[in-house]
Design a protein around this ligand. Sequence first.
Ligand code: OFO
Length: 170
Amino acid sequence: MLSPKLETALNKQINEEYYSSYLYLAMAAYLEDMNLDGCAHWMRMQALEEYQHGMKLFDYLVDRGSRVELQAIQAPPKEWNSPVAAFQASLEHEQYMTGNINALADLAIAEKDHATNNIMQWYIAEQVEEEASVDNILKKLAMMGDTGPGLFMMDRELKSRVEPAPQAAE
Ligand code: OFO
């Protein structure tokens, strides 16, 4: 059984992961509207991955005999100033999520909950990848140009992102 503090904090993180999924879907809708199919596809795949992050925590709470309590998901923004601004917002969001995950690991340690600390290590490693992959897109856009041909080339590259593999709870 999780401590009440951890149960509350993990339920909050489930909501944050579902908000992330919603945010990336909003970015996909924005990019679809600009006919950037590859960028939109990348965001759709990211939305799926975030849904899986939420479900992994959902399953973890169930496995620990705790109650999942779903909260209302905040509405995401609808517009960004440019495609590159959407990717920049994605990077900032992932940095925010990394802060949340680190705080959860700190709480797990404070509560002496080794299993939660263990699952948080998975999320910590995942956040390194999440930040790196969007940072890589932004750096390439800065190199190739974030409008016209550079953006067109990036759009083609991002079309090839594969669907995330299903995540097991442990
Ligand atoms: Fe769930 O990692 Fe992104 O937000």
